[in-house]
Design a protein around this ligand. Structure first.
Ligand SMILES: [Zn+2]
Length: 99
């Protein structure tokens, strides 16, 4: 996978500054992050120290958080949203900068 995956629900994620260029090892895949996620990951503690853009894109964050349960946003989709779509938005789309 590319080190700079595209997020269809947040196409300007890199421009929005939610990733930092970093060679820190990713907590989930163990490889240098390249693009390290700098926003909050909503999960039970301990929070992963470093997560790369690839692991956000493919959902690998679930491997390193308790019970595999986490979210990248402080909201949940409601209504008629399909479960697959909700998972993509809540767990595989980078959060928006809280300025
Ligand atoms: Zn990773």
């Amino acid at each position: 996978m590319s080190s700079k995956p595209f997020f269809r629900f947040h196409p300007e994620a890199y421009e929005h500054g939610v990733f930092d260029a970093s060679d820190e090892a990713c907590s989930a895949c163990g490889k240098p992050c390249v693009w390290k996620y700098n926003q909050h990951i909503y999960a039970l503690p301990p929070e992963p120290t470093a997560i790369c853009s690839r692991c956000i894109a493919d959902g690998s964050v679930a491997k390193v958080v308790p019970e595999g349960d986490y979210g990248l946003h402080d909201f949940e989709l409601g209504g008629e949203t399909s479960e697959a779509l909700a998972v993509e938005v809540e767990q595989r789309t980078p959060g928006f900068c809280h300025l």
